[in-house]
Design a protein around this ligand. Structure first.
Ligand code: FES
Ligand code: FE2
Length: 384
């Protein structure tokens, strides 16, 4: 194992009291990213979009994940499938990346082999006299599962069920009755010149709010009112106070948790999701690596039915703090080129980042593959 990977392993597996930033090179080295693509993005459940984004027959979302070209397609039977997006003839990518609609069939742009929206090969132009079994040339399928309207993919052949992967998380999400979040809105994807781990770490910690988001998030959810709730190798939950989130609607919903309507929970679910949840909405951020130093970022939210038209103020607010995060992540990515630069200690407010590092250690390094830690249970909301 290279020296860099040894350092990565040692720092990622460090306990809270010894925790430091990871070596800067692991945010830049293509060889490290290649290993992460194999050991994380080809093995774990990866959040990629929401069910609400693909409401009708033929709707698709095509993307590249760990080098694999995939298309999530809603078939005639109403089911979502994660189909290989490579033609069974010579491998040409079939559908263009992004969201789109399959009009009746998927037709390869090379020699026009034609598949239906469930991946079955329907037709071959000029087949000639050499026999070809159509059933043997269907598009392979990958594992897809959903949770609260969120679509997850898993590229491995025999994944652990998604529900098991998320075990324990529901006791934190259920207080907000997420089954009522049926109305959706989402943003265009953005490209950040930032390693995916850097964008994840930035998304999960509330330490930077008072500085980077001084005029935006800090006004509503101040750094110093954020707190750690619970974490394990698989996910982490932090929380905080919402200063202006006291709409009538939220008060009405307070129900059995009157102390909770002015709080949010932040869920960190590696490798690709950060979400903020309160009584009104579930806002998600999706972070997918493009290469070692670039990520594709998308955000959106699920909210209650009849909540009303999309609110322009909240949209421009989200855009503003997103621009701040992009700015700081790209700035840090540049800073990491420093030859003498070395990661420093993580502070208590970054405890959730330590949980993420332990996740990385468990997926990346054989010696830590059975590590499982769970923090002591904390109260979901601090009262007073
Ligand atoms: S590669 Fe698709 S039809 Fe030839
Ligand atoms: Fe931020």
């Amino acid at each position: 194992m290279s020296e860099l990977l040894q350092q990565y392993e040692a720092l990622a597996s460090a306990t809270l009291d010894k925790a430091q930033s990871l070596p800067f090179k692991v945010y830049q080295e293509p060889s490290v990213y290649e290993l992460e693509a194999q050991r994380i993005f080809s093995e774990d459940w990866v959040f990629v979009c929401t069910e609400q984004e693909l409401p009708e027959t033929g709707d698709y979302f095509a993307l590249t994940l760990a080098g694999e070209s995939l298309a999530i397609v809603r078939g005639q039977d109403g089911q979502l499938r994660a189909l290989s997006n490579n033609c069974r003839h010579r491998g040409t990518p079939l559908l263009d990346e992004g969201f789109g609609k399959v009009e009746k069939n998927i037709v390869c742009p090379y020699h026009a082999w034609t598949y239906d929206d469930q991946g079955k090969l329907k037709g071959i132009p000029f087949p000639g006299s050499i026999p070809l079994e159509k059933e043997e040339h269907c598009l392979p399928e990958f594992h897809l599962d959903t949770w609260m309207g969120l679509v997850f993919l898993n590229l491995s052949d025999h994944p652990l069920p998604l529900a098991e992967r998320l075990q324990g998380l529901e006791s934190y999400t259920s207080v907000f009755e997420p089954e009522q979040f049926t109305h959706a809105s989402e943003s265009q994807s953005e490209h950040w010149q930032s390693n995916w781990k850097l964008a994840m770490e930035n998304g999960m910690e509330s330490y930077h709010l008072f500085k980077v988001h001084k005029e935006t998030l800090e006004q509503i959810t101040p750094s110093k009112e954020s707190f750690y709730v619970a974490g394990c190798t698989e996910w982490a939950v932090t929380g905080g106070k919402i200063k202006t989130g006291t709409s009538k609607f939220m008060k009405w919903l307070a129900g059995d948790y009157p102390e909770a309507y002015d709080h949010y929970l932040l869920l960190s679910l590696p490798p690709s999701m950060i979400a903020i949840m309160d009584y009104e909405s579930f806002s998600w951020i999706n972070i997918l690596p493009v290469n070692a130093e670039e990520s594709m970022i998308r955000s959106g939210y699920l909210t209650k039915k009849n909540y009303g038209k999309e609110d322009k103020t909240s949209k421009s607010f989200t855009e503003a703090f997103f621009a701040e995060d992009k700015w700081i992540c790209e700035r840090v990515q540049k800073g990491m080129q420093s030859r003498k630069g070395k990661g420093g200690k993580l502070v208590e407010m970054e405890r959730v980042v330590v949980d993420f590092h332990r996740y990385l250690a468990s997926r990346m390094f054989e010696a830590h593959s059975h590590d499982f830690f769970e923090s002591e249970k904390a109260e979901i909301f601090k009262v007073g």
